[in-house]
Design a protein around this ligand. Structure first.
Ligand code: FES
Length: 78
């Protein structure tokens, strides 16, 4: 089984048996995921190594949408 988990204000963490996963670029070429126990896919748009996360999210103050919704809900309850 492959699991994709959103990290708080960070990437999508893909874990599980990655031999079952094929990640393909825009030209149809597969990425070599051999030997990787998991991968992190950028969702902030700032990575220089897309589609993989390079931790840029932590330096640009990326706020994931679900966090923003939670913040709005918290604000509405005040
Ligand atoms: S989510 Fe980590 S660099 Fe974009």
């Amino acid at each position: 089984m492959i699991t994709i988990k959103t990290r708080l204000n960070g990437p999508y963490l893909v874990s599980g048996d990655l031999s079952e996963l094929t990640l393909i670029d825009a030209d149809g070429n597969p990425y070599d995921l051999t030997g990787k126990p998991n991968i992190a896919l950028c969702r902030c748009g700032g990575s220089m190594t897309k589609p993989f996360c390079d931790a840029t999210h932590s330096t640009i103050g990326f706020q994931a949408a679900e966090s923003a919704v939670r913040a709005e809900e918290a604000q509405a309850q005040k």
